[in-house]
Design a protein around this ligand. Structure first.
Ligand SMILES: Nc1ccn([C@@H]2O[C@H](COP(=O)(O)OP(=O)(O)OP(=O)(O)O)[C@@H](O)[C@H]2O)c(=O)n1
Ligand SMILES: C[C@](O)(CO)[C@H](O)COP(=O)(O)O
Length: 259
């Protein structure tokens, strides 16, 4: 007897077109965390009992669009990072790789990019030091790249007035102010930063200056970079007070989630 509820070949629902471009995230996690003070490498330090880089990897894997996470581990810590990721499961849809990092953030990101399979057409770069970025921010960055932007950064307006100074030759000496940029035109930039893969690879192959983020390398190629709204909870854990804030955010989330 035939199963009448099964659609015939003629009226079968067409399959969704095969997705040929996967989205991968490179998580540079190889820094020491000097500004955080003595202790383990920053990405391995715990926030409410869970290593920071696990929070960051979960934040990326929370996006259904992300199918691969490449963690760039402290140079001598790749084995430990792999064990941590094995022990703290990511969703089944998300693969992960671990590679050892380099001397600078830029080198670490490049080592992560070198490990990407060729079918990843969209690449995000996300600091392990920004463990609490909400999934809506991750999705907004991916969406903007899918819609055609070559480089996308999440960012927030500034609360402080910013001065450009002539840096003191001797630390602690008063520094002359050179200029006060118009604050309403300034943004504090976060991660994940999202890229069309070919653009990001070209930037990393071409730009040799020291830079503090990946988007500025794309700017140096003369290509446009666009901003989408960032989020207060995507702050970077840099100094000891940031650990207190991060644990407070996690405590608030637990309360809101009702456990
Ligand atoms: N050689 C490096 C240096 C930094 N990072 C990563 O880049 C991100 C942003 O860097 P930052 O917050 O400055 O981390 P650290 O370099 O560890 O901090 P510090 O400058 O205080 O030592 C972090 O996730 C960090 O692990 C990296 O992968 N490889
Ligand atoms: C990439 C970044 O998080 C954007 O704000 C930031 O520039 C990293 O700076 P760091 O000094 O390497 O933490």
């Amino acid at each position: 007897m035939s199963d009448v509820s099964r659609p015939s070949t003629a009226d079968a629902v067409p399959e969704a077109p095969a997705v040929t471009t996967r989205t991968a995230v490179v998580i540079p996690a190889a820094g020491r965390g000097v500004r955080l003070g003595p202790g383990a490498p920053k990405a391995l330090r715990a926030l409410n009992g869970t290593p920071m880089l696990i929070h960051a990897a979960r934040a990326m894997a929370a996006s259904r669009a992300v199918s691969l996470v490449v963690v760039v581990a402290p140079p001598d810590g790749a084995g430990e990072v792999k064990s941590l990721l094995d022990a703290h499961a990511l969703p089944e849809r998300t693969d992960f790789l671990v590679v050892p990092g380099g001397e600078t953030r830029q080198e670490s990101v490049k080592l992560g990019l070198d490990a990407l399979p060729s079918d990843c057409g969209i690449v995000l770069v996300h600091d392990a030091a920004r463990p609490l970025v909400p999934v809506d921010t991750v999705d907004a960055v991916i969406e903007a790249v899918r819609e055609g932007a070559a480089a996308v950064v999440p960012a927030l307006p500034l609360a402080d007035t910013v001065k450009e100074v002539e840096p003191a030759a001797v630390p602690g000496e008063p520094e002359p102010v050179v200029a006060t940029p118009e604050r309403r035109r300034l943004r504090a930039v976060q991660t994940p930063q999202g890229f069309d893969r070919a653009t990001l690879l070209r930037a990393h192959e071409t730009v040799t200056d020291d830079v503090t983020d990946d988007a500025s390398m794309v700017e140096q190629l003369g290509l446009p970079v666009v901003v989408v709204p960032g989020h207060e909870e995507a702050f970077k854990v840099t100094r000891p007070l940031d650990l207190v804030l991060a644990e407070a955010v996690l405590a608030r989330r637990r309360l809101n989630d009702g456990f």
